[in-house]
Design a protein around this ligand. Structure first.
Ligand code: B12
Ligand code: SF4
Length: 538
């Protein structure tokens, strides 16, 4: 079968503003590159079109024409929530022109809502829920859709959701993602500015699934079962990227990269004994690391280690990311620095329970940590997250359900503790300026100017666009504010859908609704013996 995968551009900025996000980073869509490699391995023909790629035209129609020119029998869209309506617009255009081409939607938005989406979007023939490899291969091999687990389809007027299939247990059986299918990779793809020293950069995911239940996190694709690539596979994958694409820096985007300690130590050993000359960034779970592991990571080539903290208010932490304490965060940052690594903290602003006071506490805490980098996202409720029901209930605050804006760049949710979204924006900007204008940050940044030469070069190369972006924001501030306030929802986007989730995630949701503190990490991890066994290798 001939299939073309599409990564829609999505909505990556705030209303009224052009999308400058690719200036800051442009990353390969690993999910569809993996699926493309998988299908090719099994004798099918696949193409990948990234609407955020360097050669992609700006309009839906022009992108759709590029996709049609690949002569596909099926088109597979891969969309997060904020990219979903873009993908729908493109699918609609394609279906009008070529009704014979089958259209399949996969990835997280489809997985987090399921069947109700088919009621609203006739241009979509099928949804694939969760892991894509098995269902896609069955379909490409000609199996009737009614027999394919993970697929959602129409049977006359009825919408049928097939049961979920067993996850792939041995991730090493998967081929490396088909990076070669991505026009402009790696030169025109780049990691977030100032997060790397060496060029070129690429991203990798070396595990799937997570047994924790952080309140804000959408785990509807891989659910709880935690599976990993082996150390040797990761080493070979890195070598493949270096030898065939000239990649010298990897950002590992696994949430739980270090959950199995042995795997991490084995990988470090491989990289220390047979160095690849590559560097990498990865995430660790606060409080679950050791001096020894951090030292090994450093020797193996790690540059920066990040950790999800989310908030410094103890009640907020207990509610949204239980199991992480401020003392543990402080100690972990000290350990990271002592090992000679950079420390990055990840925070979320605006979850239920947030008030100006909790934000100030968090901001003070962030400054006290002497972090090398910090990322604070604006909370976006997501259908698949345990906290979704609370957010839409109206009891915790006011929520504007506009999928395009659920991109962590807009305050779609106004917690009860704030008077307005403007107040939130003002406090957010105050914190960002405070962090980046701090003496500590300036000093550290100045010391690393030479290390950041490629990031600076990237900015210089794109100077006209940087200036254009800056001018645009400066001169249009009032107009932008107006557009933001009156931004209409996409005319075809439904709201208040009742998602059809798998049993595992229903269980997580039920616990969220019933108890006052929605998250209990230990409880959830222990609830699932299989995952506990996996994680207990720690
Ligand atoms: C790396 C990453 C990024 C990178 C790169 C994104 C990119 N270009 O692909 C960056 C940093 C740019 C990014 C940005 C954002 N991200 Co992000 N990101 C991830 C992360 C950590 C890994 C994605 C990945 O590559 N997974 C590995 C591959 C193999 O899995 P996969 O993509 O899910 O694909 C599998 C299935 O979904 C399915 N599948 C996927 N596509 C298709 C298509 C078809 C046709 C079929 C049949 C199947 C199928 O098959 C694949 C293989 O089994 C995920 C969390 C996670 N662990 O998955 C979050 C995640 C996708 N991001 C999320 C969010 C919220 C965002 C942002 C909105 C905000 C942010 N955090 O910065 C933006 C939005 C970007 C956009 N335009 O959509 C959420 C999305 C939730 C939602 N409902 O929308 C996630 C799920 C994190 C979370 N748990 O909440 N992200
Ligand atoms: S640790 Fe929390 S944020 Fe990370 S994947 Fe698991 S549930 Fe999501």
């Amino acid at each position: 079968m001939r299939i073309t995968f599409v990564h829609p551009a999505g909505f990556n900025f705030v209303p009224g503003q052009p999308d400058f996000s690719v200036l800051a980073n442009r990353m390969p869509p690993i999910g569809i590159l993996s699926l493309a490699a998988w299908l090719d391995k099994h004798g099918h023909t696949s193409f990948v079109h990234d609407c955020l790629g360097p050669f992609a035209p700006p309009t839906i129609e022009a992108n759709a024409e590029i996709v049609l020119a690949t002569e596909p029998e099926m088109i597979g869209f891969s969309a997060t929530t904020s990219g979903f309506m873009d993908a729908v617009d493109m699918a609609q255009y394609i279906k009008r022109k070529r009704p014979d081409i089958k259209i399949l939607f996969g990835n997280v938005h489809a997985s987090s809502i399921g069947a109700p989406l088919l009621e609203h979007f006739p241009e979509i023939d099928y949804l694939c829920i969760g892991e894509g490899e098995g269902a896609l291969l069955d379909y490409a091999n000609g199996m009737p859709v009614a027999q394919i687990s993970n697929m959602v389809y129409r049977d006359g007027a009825r919408i049928v959701s097939n049961p979920r299939r067993q996850r792939i247990l041995n991730l090493d059986a998967l081929p490396f993602p088909a990076y070669e299918k991505l026009a402009g990779f790696p030169d025109a793809y780049h990691l977030p500015l100032f997060s790397y020293i060496k060029k070129q950069g690429a991203t990798m995911i070396t595990s799937r699934g997570c047994p924790y239940t952080c309140s804000f996190c959408d785990r509807t694709v891989f659910e709880r079962l935690y599976k990993v690539n082996s150390a040797q596979y990761i080493y070979d994958h890195m070598k493949h990227l270096r030898d065939n694409f000239g990649v010298y820096h990897i950002n590992f985007y696994d949430d739980l990269f270090t959950a199995q300690k042995k795997r991490v130590f084995d990988l470090c050993e491989l990289l220390i004994k047979n160095p690849l000359g590559m560097q990498f960034n990865c995430a660790i779970r606060t409080g679950h690391t050791s001096d020894e592991m951090l030292q090994k990571l450093k020797l193996a080539g790690a540059l920066m280690v990040s950790m999800g903290v989310e908030s410094a208010d103890p009640v907020m932490m207990e509610r949204h990311k239980a199991g992480v304490t401020l003392e543990a965060v402080k100690k972990t940052v000290e350990q990271i620095h002592a090992a000679g690594l950079r420390a990055k903290g990840l925070f979320i602003f605006g979850m239920p329970g947030e008030t100006p006071e909790t934000v100030k506490v968090t901001s003070d805490f962030i400054l006290s940590l002497n972090l090398d980098e910090m990322n604070m996202t604006k909370f976006s409720p997501l259908y698949g997250a345990p906290i979704w029901d609370e957010c839409v209930s109206g009891e915790e605050g006011d929520f504007i359900e506009d999928w395009r804006l659920l991109n962590c760049l807009n305050f779609v949710f106004l917690p009860k503790g704030f008077k307005s979204r403007e107040e939130m924006d003002a406090l957010y900007n105050w914190h960002i300026l405070r962090f980046y204008n701090s003496k500590t940050y300036h000093r550290t940044f100045a010391k690393r100017l030479w290390q950041h030469r490629w990031s600076l070069w990237h900015l210089i190369k794109n100077l006209p666009r940087v200036i254009q972006a800056n001018r645009y924001f400066q001169s249009n501030q009032k107009r932008l504010e107006e557009i933001k306030q009156n931004f209409p929802k996409h005319s075809r986007q439904p709201t208040n859908l009742v998602p059809l989730l798998g049993e595992e995630l229903y269980a997580d949701k039920v616990s969220t609704v019933k108890v006052s503190l929605p998250v209990s990490v230990q409880k959830k991890a222990a609830d699932v013996p299989l995952q506990s066994a996996e994680m207990s290798e720690e």
